[in-house]
Unconditional design. Structure first.
Length: 245
């Protein structure tokens, strides 16, 4: 005969809270282990390419996010981004812009949060915990110089082909001319647009992982897994003056 007494309501709540805290703690520990992978580098055999086989890129970053900044046209590689992201899509005149910045991320966060002051708790929760729609953010730039938030990267022409192929592979839809389709009429300014992209954004597939995958596939040293900006930037070589084009 079972002589145990039924649990009181308070005891049931206490047991539920202990179980819930254990689940949450386990998930956080699991994710923390994944974060550590970002500090295990790949492509450590990278070397700065010779001056006669070199394309200059930049990784543009802010507090949490990293974009890939590429030359708009590299003729001897056969890449012209204006054929993918045409100037007529932009409010301003970007036809002579020498560089284009491309980033990938959660649509709600990108489109609905132009400033940190616009960030909503619901947007953040949806981006992190629910697989959500993604977009590519494309911005044409003028002359670019290395700086605190603009890290120079040098790669070979073949590596650039590989990187460009990755970026193109994440374009979600194109028109009859093969040009990317815009995702919204919302912009940050006259030189940027949002485009339809492939992939769902979530805690295990972040904007920085997109950047890290592109760089890793092109043979650049980054973290094995790059959910955070630091794991993209930490292993990239610093280019000294002697290596500049």
């Amino acid at each position: 005969m079972n002589s145990s007494q039924p649990l009181t309501r308070r005891e049931r709540i206490k047991r539920w809270l202990w179980r819930a805290s254990g689940i949450v703690g386990g998930c956080l520990l699991f994710y923390a282990c994944f974060l550590l992978l970002g500090f295990c580098p790949v492509n450590r055999n990278y070397s700065i390419p010779p001056a006669n086989d070199r394309v200059q890129l930049f990784i543009r970053s802010n507090d949490i996010h990293a974009d890939i900044v590429m030359p708009t046209v590299v003729e001897d590689v056969g890449i012209d981004w204006s054929n993918v992201f045409p100037p007529e899509h932009f409010q301003g005149d970007v036809r002579n812009s020498p560089f284009v910045a491309v980033g990938w991320g959660d649509r709600g966060f990108f489109v609905e949060t132009p400033r940190w002051a616009d960030l909503k708790c619901s947007t953040l929760i949806n981006a992190l915990f629910l697989p959500s729609e993604s977009v590519l953010h494309v911005e044409y730039l003028g002359e670019v110089e290395p700086g605190e938030y603009m890290q120079e990267v040098l790669i070979t022409r073949e590596q650039y082909r590989q990187l460009a192929a990755f970026v193109r592979s994440t374009v979600g839809a194109t028109d009859e001319r093969g040009m990317a389709k815009t995702a919204t009429e919302v912009t940050y300014g006259p030189a940027d647009r949002f485009y339809v992209s492939k992939g769902r954004y979530h805690l295990f597939n972040t904007c920085n992982q997109w950047t890290g995958r592109g760089l890793k596939g092109a043979g650049l040293p980054v973290g094995l897994w790059t959910p955070l900006k630091a794991q993209v930037l930490h292993w990239l070589p610093r280019i000294d003056d002697s290596a500049s084009p």
